[in-house]
Ligand binder design. Structure first.
Ligand code: CTP
Ligand code: CA
Length: 226
């Protein structure tokens, strides 16, 4: 896929995808993370490759194999993910499926913290860069189509609309991660939120969500430059 003679709806396009969680170090052996498995983002990368795109997948720590035919770059932290994304640009389409940790420890310890002190170790947090917003707000070199995700446990559509506006992306794929089953699971119920409205899909296997999303995106992507 993605070669000079690729065929398919995304032939000749470069698609950049982030996937998985990030790990934010506390000390050399401990980190802050979240429940993202990377299944949805990796499935989207595979679907984009199957549609003929050249795909760069920037993946946080996951226990999934690298998708076949996809250039996969492995990172740990949000700041490493942002650097890898900026290095991989330009892209025709960028899809930010990663569950980026919102906060990191202000001063990660260079040696393992020990419990022999009297006081509990304080963790002071600072906010990570917003990778999606950084790319979507670029003055030059913004991918023509920028897609974000929104994982919510309540007010899914309202929060997704707010994120669409705040982050400056073209489409938000919103999903309800309340309850059990979505994060780490194999099925997903998504709502496609744009300024022109909301399209809700039935609950589908993540692979099926990926294929449909790539079809949908291929229909939205601006025509390829000669
Ligand atoms: N995102 C990102 N970088 C971050 C945080 C989020 O690129 N530091 C991206 C995610 O990959 C996703 C979108 O932004 O595509 C929305 O992520 P989400 O966590 O739902 O939004 P936040 O802005 O972090 O808001 P909150 O977690 O408070 O709901
Ligand atoms: Ca977040």
């Amino acid at each position: 896929p993605g070669g000079e003679h690729a065929t398919g709806a995304l032939a000749g396009r470069h698609v950049l995808i982030t996937s998985g969680p990030t790990h934010e170090p506390i000390d050399p052996v401990r980190y802050i993370a979240n429940r993202s498995s990377g299944k949805q983002g990796h499935a989207i990368a595979a679907a984009a490759a199957a549609a003929g795109a050249r795909v760069t997948l920037i993946s946080g720590p996951v226990s999934l194999p690298d998708p076949a035919g996809v250039e996969t770059i492995h990172v740990e932290s949000a700041r490493e993910m942002l650097n890898a994304v900026e290095t991989a640009l330009p892209a025709d389409i960028a899809i930010f499926a990663a569950a980026v940790a919102d906060w990191r420890v202000a001063d990660a310890a260079s040696d393992k913290l020990k419990k022999d002190g009297k006081a509990l170790p304080p963790l002071s947090l600072v906010e990570n860069p917003d990778i999606l917003a950084t790319v979507a707000h670029r003055k030059s070199g913004r991918p023509p189509l920028v897609v974000g995700f929104a994982a919510e446990t309540q007010n899914v559509i309202d929060y997704a609309r707010a994120k669409l506006a705040r982050k400056g992306c073209d489409l938000i794929v919103a999903n309800d991660v309340g309850g059990t089953g979505v994060m780490g699971g194999d099925a997903n119920t998504v709502h496609l939120v744009t300024t022109s409205g909301v399209e809700t899909w039935p609950t589908l296997p993540k692979g099926e969500v990926a294929t449909r999303l790539i079809d949908h995106i291929a229909g939205l992507a601006p025509a390829r430059q000669a």
